[in-house]
Ligand binder design. Structure first.
Ligand code: F6R
Length: 365
């Protein structure tokens, strides 16, 4: 039931504050300011020598964000690949590695094949799934559920932010186990997590600004998304969402790669969406943005309040998110990229919930 919403995707975008809260309750003891897992872990984060992450599509981008988190907070090397490559790479795997799979449906053929490969290679098998009775869940040693509820829209939204929430909780857990974050840092991260639903509600309020851009975006053929650090996977996710439901060609690039090729494409006909909260990368990304502006590129800047104050570019539109702790920014900044795709597709009148040629669960390779 779509309730008062026009599409399931719109409804699912708006459900995110609640489903994230619900999911986090499974991993976080807010009263004590600590993370915890209610089940039993069949491996020890303290002694793991590597995490191998594998997934497809949007779930893969959640994994790319998590790679930054696990490496920074827990100092564990993370190997990350799309499942359709991972399964055929014949990667040598060492003992005491964790193989972690991310899948909304729990049925994606390539992700399942990667899981079976890792099992043969003697890895600990864990999965983040939204469907606990799925095949991937059944074949895992441990599952970390996302409690997003059924996701009907083919384009994944709430499952993605719930996957990110679980992954961040796990990275904090791993950091604590390995002694790479202090008790005080853990408390600060937990406080940030506790504020996520509030920040997501604030992010949703950018809907009018974003809907106003739909008319302009509906007329273009190509859109480039740029981001640095954890905003790089968000740029890829934003581009994927736009392609899927509006059929506009879009690419997500690491901002620093701009001058290694894509800058050749920049002119007034290709908008560039820049995802840049005012974090330690902000100035670098802004200088990439200026390179775009100098070539008459049209910029849509997704930033936070302080980033918006600093931006002096004339011909740009700014989408303003709340100022949030860096660690949770990728979860909050997922919202505007989802909304940008949604409102553009809605304006164009495409079948948002069931885009052409796509299936919700991809059980063939
Ligand atoms: C994107 C999308 C797909 C899925 C991918 C993996 O909006 O929905 O890219 O993310 O097919 O599906 P799951 O998570 O079910 O393994």
């Amino acid at each position: 039931d779509k309730g008062n919403y026009k599409h399931f995707m719109e409804k699912e975008i708006h459900e995110q504050p609640e489903v994230i809260q619900h999911t986090l309750a499974h991993y976080v003891d807010f009263a004590n300011g600590t993370v915890r897992f209610k089940g039993k872990l069949p491996f020890d984060f303290a002694s793991l020598n590597r995490i191998s992450l594998s997934a497809c599509g949007t779930a893969y981008y959640a994994g790319v964000v998590a790679k930054y988190w696990f490496e920074k907070l827990a100092r564990i090397p993370v190997d990350m690949d799309v499942a359709s490559e991972f399964r055929y790479r014949e990667m040598p795997m060492q003992e005491n590695g964790l193989a972690l799979f991310i899948s909304q449906s729990g049925e994606t053929a390539d992700t399942l094949a990667s899981l079976r490969y890792c099992k043969q290679e003697g890895q600990h098998i864990a999965s983040i799934v939204n469907v606990p009775e799925s095949t991937i869940a059944r074949e895992s040693d441990v599952i970390f559920p996302t409690l997003a509820g059924a996701e009907i829209g083919v384009a994944s939204t709430k499952a993605f932010t719930c996957q990110l929430s679980v992954l961040l909780a796990l990275a904090i857990m791993a950091g604590r186990a390995r002694g790479t974050i202090s008790a005080g840092e853990e408390q600060a991260y937990v406080k940030a997590l506790s504020e996520l639903p509030k920040f997501i509600r604030q992010a949703l309020k950018a809907d009018n600004t974003i809907a106003d851009l739909a008319h302009e975006l509906s007329k273009v053929k190509h859109v480039l998304y740029l981001g640095r650090g954890t905003n790089f996977p968000l740029a890829m996710e934003g581009a994927l969402k736009l392609k899927e439901i509006s059929y506009i060609h879009a690419e997500g690039y690491a901002a620093g790669e701009l001058k290694h090729g894509p800058i050749a494409l920049i002119d007034e006909t290709m908008p560039v969406v820049v995802i840049a909260p005012d974090d330690s990368y902000y100035d670098k990304t802004v200088s990439n943005m200026q390179e775009v502006a100098a070539r008459d590129g049209r910029i849509i800047l997704i930033t936070d309040e302080s980033g918006a104050k600093k931006n002096a570019l004339e011909d740009s539109t700014t989408i303003v998110m709340p100022t949030v702790p860096d660690v949770i920014a990728p979860i909050v900044f997922a919202l505007p990229v989802q909304m940008l795709a949604y409102y553009t597709a809605n304006f164009m009148g495409t079948d948002v919930d069931q885009p052409r040629n796509l299936a919700k669960s991809v059980t063939v390779e």
